[in-house]
Design a binder for this molecule. Structure first.
Ligand SMILES: [Zn+2]
Length: 259
């Protein structure tokens, strides 16, 4: 991923293994030349995702333990730890304090803390982090357990306040923005405030829709146009910014030696 061609886009958070045909979804992302981070929700999904993306040019797999699944799958944490040396990408991980998952918040915090500590120890990891209704706690935990010089964090589908966003920027976080976020007034206002050099794009497919269908990596082109409009730059300029941000992120993290 070190030299990014002009036409490539970035989808830094997509659940390719949740489409009806996983292999075909990977092939479409490759054909569209979209740098795609294929996130997973349980460590049990890792071996297959890893296998299918070993030789792909644009698609990389991330090792996850989704906060919404932690209630049933906290026991898979040791499996997660076992697979960690196989990848530099981690996610989907984080916290979800929404009404459906609030009950498991204590376990979620314990699991997320362990994940951050392991990533800090190994160094050089890039995390894609879920923070629904829990942004201040997620930022507290990042500050405490995942020092900036150990790796990098991309906050996916960020819904915090402008103040939270400033705090996240101060601790080095990136933001992956999807089309759904731009549909609300609040989301557009927040997007207008983010520093250009911290923005990436994502689809979070198949959980977002574009034109009434589950979004796929190729659809980030639409999102790039929408972000460009909000930020008052051309779509081409925005595409350049996004590729440059991805490149900076990858270089920055590769300079962090593993311990
Ligand atoms: Zn997701």
């Amino acid at each position: 991923m070190s030299v990014l061609p002009q036409s490539a886009g970035v989808d830094f958070h997509c659940h390719l293994d949740l489409y009806p045909d996983h292999e075909a979804a990977i092939a479409r992302a490759e054909a569209a030349r979209i740098y795609t981070l294929a996130v997973t929700t349980t460590p049990k999904a890792w071996p297959r995702n890893h296998e299918l993306t070993r030789h792909t040019h644009y698609v990389r797999a991330a090792l996850g333990l989704h906060p919404q699944l932690v209630a049933e799958r906290a026991g898979e944490l040791s499996l997660w730890e076992q697979y960690l040396p196989q990848t530099r990408y981690v996610g989907e991980v984080g916290l979800d304090a929404g009404p459906r998952f609030y009950k498991s918040l204590d376990v979620q915090v314990r699991v997320f803390r362990r994940i951050l500590e392991r990533c800090a120890e190994s160094g050089g990891k890039i995390l894609t982090v879920h923070s629904v209704r829990s942004v201040p706690t997620v930022l507290d935990m990042l500050e405490r357990h995942y020092p900036q010089d150990r790796g990098a964090v991309v906050l996916h589908w960020f819904t915090g306040s402008k103040r939270d966003a400033r705090r996240a920027v101060a601790i080095g976080c990136y933001f992956s923005v999807n089309g759904e976020m731009i549909r609300s007034e609040k989301g557009r206002a927040l997007l207008g405030e983010l520093p250009s050099d911290r923005i990436l794009t994502e689809t979070d497919g198949p959980f977002t829709e574009i034109a009434g269908r589950p979004a796929e990596p190729a659809n980030v082109q639409t999102t790039i146009g929408e972000i460009a409009r909000v930020r008052n730059v051309t779509a081409d300029a925005m595409g350049d910014i996004l590729r440059s941000n991805l490149q900076t992120l990858l270089l920055h993290v590769s300079e962090r030696p593993a311990s």
